[in-house]
Design a protein around this ligand. Structure first.
Ligand code: SAH
Length: 346
């Protein structure tokens, strides 16, 4: 198979150039063209023609195509559906906040984790994304929208810790000073709790924010909602969170989608308080996004208010995520799913 130059760091491009008998220092130039979205070696005007020809023979370049783009009339949130080189499609969302623009990227086509409230997982996992494909979601969303991206959340389709190596490489690429240069402190990685990978992630000492999709503080509710909890359990997840925070010095964030009558009772709130206290985690409440194929409903405003009050009275650090892009299928695999149903293709 042809080597994917778009997934290479400058040092690795340097080795390829060396192999081709070319000076290594050109690597930085090639990397920075690619990082600006140039997908044609002939446009790399500071490279000698002979090198451009050589690169054309060795590597092929690809640029994702916009299959669908929806702009929210309410808040300007943009939802892209990108076509990848093998015809598969992934979703990317661009959200604008006062402090800048955040992009929410997918890391897999589909997902194998099977969370009961999520649309991404309905057709199972098709394949994992290459590092360059994740990077291109950020880059081409920025280029197409004209909105400079300052923050990234790995909260689109897929489970990042199920595509560990490629996600780590994506982080190296997007963080590189000669590339998009987005700081780790501006990146969040969200997981359903693949605890086996927490230590490995901690070892990398990244300054990113680890978000754990908790959604329930007890095994009975969590295992019903999230198959990933079965065989692992909330106690073990909490141990791993604690160890992660101790090692990295970074506070973890718990994602908690509030589901009517399922995880929003006083009993859940009190247990969540304990879980937050034992890990020092911040709690991010999300009103559930209703997914057509799923039977769950968002909590009522009254229940949410009572739930928040219990957390706040106990001194837990809690925020409620603002809902953006409600009119553009902007949650979790809904657009890919819809287009797939309509066209039977992607
Ligand atoms: N696989 C990773 C990241 C992708 S999902 C994870 O599980 O964390 C990003 C977040 O959206 C997760 O917290 C996920 O649980 C949540 N989510 C999925 N479906 C949702 C829905 N219908 N409403 C609200 N949040 C949802």
């Amino acid at each position: 198979m042809e080597k994917d130059i778009l997934s290479m760091l400058p040092e690795e491009i340097g080795l390829e150039l060396e192999r081709l008998g070319q000076p290594k220092y050109r690597a930085k130039q090639v990397f920075s063209w690619l990082s600006r979205g140039v997908r044609d070696f002939d446009s790399m005007t500071n490279l000698p023609k002979s090198l451009r020809d050589r690169l054309k023979d060795e590597f092929s370049l690809y640029e994702p195509k916009v299959l669908s783009k929806q702009v929210s009339a309410i808040d300007g949130t943009i939802k892209y559906l990108w076509e990848l080189k093998d015809g598969n499609a992934v979703e990317t969302v661009v959200m604008s906040y006062k402090h800048g623009n955040t992009v929410c990227v997918s890391c897999q086509v589909g997902c194998r984790q099977g969370c009961a409230f999520c649309a991404s997982t309905i057709g199972g996992l098709v394949r994992s994304l290459e590092p360059s494909e994740i990077l291109d979601e950020v880059l081409f969303s920025q280029l197409d929208s004209g909105k400079p991206i300052s923050n990234i959340v790995l909260m689109g389709i897929g489970e990042p810790l199920d595509n560990f190596e490629n996600v780590m490489r994506f982080l190296d690429l997007v963080n590189h000073p000669d590339g998009m240069n987005i700081g780790m402190r501006h990146i969040s990685l969200s997981t359903c709790g693949i605890t086996e990978r927490f230590d490995e992630l901690a070892e990398r000492d990244l300054q990113l924010t680890l978000s754990v999709s908790l959604h329930a503080p007890d095994d009975e509710t969590r295992s019903m909602l999230m198959p990933a909890n079965r065989g692992r359990g909330v106690d073990k997840l909490m141990d791993c969170c604690r160890r992660y925070s101790r090692h990295t010095g970074r506070r973890i964030s718990f994602e908690y989608a509030m589901i009517d009558g399922v995880n929003d009772t006083e009993r859940h709130a009190r247990l969540l308080v304990r879980r937050a206290k034992e890990t020092g985690a911040h709690v991010n409440l999300i009103p559930l996004n209703h997914v057509e194929e799923r039977r769950f409903r968002p909590s009522t405003p009254g229940h949410m208010k009572a739930f928040i009050k219990i957390l706040e009275d106990e001194g837990v650090n809690v925020t409620v995520r603002r809902k953006l892009g409600g009119d553009v299928d902007a949650s979790c695999g809904q657009l890919r799913r819809k287009i797939r149903k309509e066209t039977g293709t992607v």
